[in-house]
Design a protein around this ligand. Structure first.
Ligand SMILES: [Zn+2]
Length: 310
């Protein structure tokens, strides 16, 4: 019995110690609350959708470009990239061909990280920071990154403290759960940390009624009646339809008309609308946390006093 009491006391002691350790690490606060939106890969929705959202809500963002995809279908063109830079957005590198850098040898890593930067610079784009494809990195990858960039971003679903890991900035994938992202913003504010959210292409997902007539064509323009909104058709999956927002805000009850195929269907329910949701997150931050700044990665590094390259 005495033995048992000793064991119980020992267990209580150890678990209270670990509670203290946990509490201490959560006190590792940042300097000031920051929020950064990063758009990975260089999709043309960076220019067609995100640019308008951030201009309209007076905020900024960073775009991470895979240089081998510039000018390809559904990706940014060189002139769109330059326009984004002119509007004050940050352009980052996201390698040449989007490989898992951990699977490459040093020479290949060197090529992916240096050539992508050179390509962007030759186009007149300033590029100081990197995003690792799939967030994957190891000590060799980080070492090569440090030769060419001021910082590089990984994932890990964590926020960045006062002294961020420069070559493995932490980030969260932005899902379509707006309330969950709002709770991350709340936490970044209360812990004074730097929250980095990353997105890919932006779209709208809706549920449509099964009585379609005809078949939509990939890339065709969609007209929404009666809301008057316009979109670009991406794909259909079960009873969901995905499209890129071009203008206006589609509403439940709209009839969707393919401008080339003349196919039609009825919009029953909006599942998510990235354009509306991101705008809402910016407004949520601005109105609730006026001290929280929405910054590019490079501006965040300045505020967190992370040393500049060279
Ligand atoms: Zn990517």
């Amino acid at each position: 019995m005495r033995k048992l009491i000793v064991v119980v006391i020992a267990v209580l002691f150890i678990s209270s110690c670990s509670a203290i350790v946990k509490k201490d690490s959560s006190l590792d606060n940042g300097l000031v609350p920051l929020l950064t939106f990063v758009f990975d890969d260089g999709n043309d929705t960076d220019y067609l959708v995100a640019r308008e959202i951030f201009k309209q809500h007076q905020a900024t963002a960073s775009f991470a470009i895979t240089t081998g995809w510039i000018g390809e279908k559904d990706y940014l063109t060189a002139s769109q990239l330059l326009e984004l830079q002119k509007d004050g957005f940050e352009i980052m590198s996201h390698t040449v061909s989007h490989p898992n850098l951990k699977s490459l040898d040093e020479k290949q890593i060197e090529h992916e990280l240096s050539s992508s930067k050179k390509t962007l610079e030759a186009m007149g784009v300033r590029v100081k920071n990197l995003v690792y494809p799939y967030n994957k990195n190891n000590s060799l990858v980080r070492e090569v990154a440090a030769k060419h960039y001021r910082s590089a971003r990984g994932g890990r679903r964590m926020m960045n403290p006062a002294q961020p890991e420069q070559y493995e900035l932490k980030s969260y994938p932005a899902n379509h759960n707006v309330n969950k992202i709002k709770s991350l913003i709340d936490r970044a504010n209360s812990e004074n940390k730097w929250l980095i959210l990353y997105y890919h292409n932006l779209d709208i997902k809706v549920r449509v009624s099964p009585d379609n007539t005809g078949t939509f064509l990939k890339g065709e323009e969609l007209l929404f009646s009666h809301s008057g909104a316009r979109g670009r058709y991406s794909k259909e999956l079960f009873s969901w339809l995905y499209f890129l927002p071009v203008a206006g805000t589609p509403q439940a009850g709209d009839t969707i008309i393919g401008q080339t195929s003349k196919a039609t269907c009825r919009l029953d329910e909006i599942i998510y609308n990235d354009k509306v949701d991101i705008g809402g997150l910016i407004e949520y931050t601005h109105s609730r946390y006026p001290d929280m700044k929405i910054v590019t990665i490079d501006q965040g590094l300045d505020i967190y006093k992370v040393r500049s390259e060279e």
